[in-house]
Design a protein around this ligand. Structure first.
Ligand code: KIV
Length: 259
């Protein structure tokens, strides 16, 4: 299959819905490669892989390490890597260096960063040197402490007006796509209609240009945790525990002989 590129992705706006999913290593990437349009190395790996409570502790070196692994399993889908907390907020030159490393060392084809008006200059600087940028608005997990939790954002009329203005501003600055996380469905639909960039929703209803899901949520890998926005297709985590129990029993009862 011919690898999907940015022209194909942006060309789908208004005609074909797109599918994004996260992956954090080569094996995960090879499972979903070619079946989804975009593989995102999300900084959600802090929570899904590292066992952290938030995405804040994830470092740029860790993102590069995971992006490199994912790149080895990603042959057809378009590879986007998250810029972790404080790898771009400090200054545009820090952002340029961080994004450059994600492309040069990690093998990403684009980067994703969180924020609206505050990120306009950074988005301009990155896109001017040829680094494609995905924006991320609404419930932006790197601001969890400012929000006081992971709950829905833009619930008021003013909040929704502000969100729309931010979406317009970051599109104007150069974002080719914008993730809308955990926002009311109506405002996600209005933003989708108002901006030229592709909108990718998670917890944002069904009227965005596409949807993103976290790998572990998609497959039900964590038997103890499933966020409200997760689409539950399977309970593989529970199944893995059942298999482990059977394995343990077979070993303990001397039923299993491994040659
Ligand atoms: O880090 C991540 O996985 C994300 C998606 C939830 C959009 O940002």
């Amino acid at each position: 299959m011919k690898p999907i590129n940015i022209t194909k992705l942006t060309g789908k706006k208004g005609t074909e819905r797109q599918v994004w999913a996260t992956a954090y290593d080569a094996w995960m990437a090879s499972i979903i490669d070619g079946l989804v349009d975009v593989i995102l190395v999300g900084d959600s790996l802090g929570m899904m892989v590292q066992g952290q409570d938030t995405t804040l502790p994830v470092t740029l070196d860790e993102m590069i390490y995971h992006t490199k692994m994912v790149a080895r399993g990603c042959k057809s889908s378009f590879l986007v890597a998250d810029m972790p907390f404080m790898s771009y907020q400090v200054s545009t030159s820090v952002a340029l260096e961080s994004a450059g490393r994600l492309l040069k060392e990690g093998g990403a084809k684009a980067v994703k960063l969180e924020g609206g008006f505050s990120q306009v200059e950074t988005i301009k600087a990155l896109t001017q040197v040829g680094i494609p940028v995905v924006g991320h608005l609404g419930m932006t997990p790197q601001s969890v402490h400012a929000f006081g939790g992971f709950g829905k954002q833009a619930k008021t009329e003013n909040g929704q007006k502000h969100l729309l203005e931010e979406a317009l501003a970051i599109t104007e600055a150069g974002c080719f796509a914008v993730v809308l996380e955990n926002v009311p469905h109506d405002i996600a639909r209005d933003i989708t209609q108002a901006i030229g960039a592709v909108t990718i929703g998670i917890g944002a209803g069904g009227d965005t240009d596409g949807q993103v899901q976290v790998f572990h949520d998609l497959f039900g890998l964590d038997p103890n945790f499933s966020p409200k926005h997760a689409v539950v297709y399977s309970q593989m985590g529970t199944e893995m525990q059942e298999i482990t129990k059977r394995f343990a029993q077979d070993v303990r009862e001397k039923k299993l002989v491994s040659n």
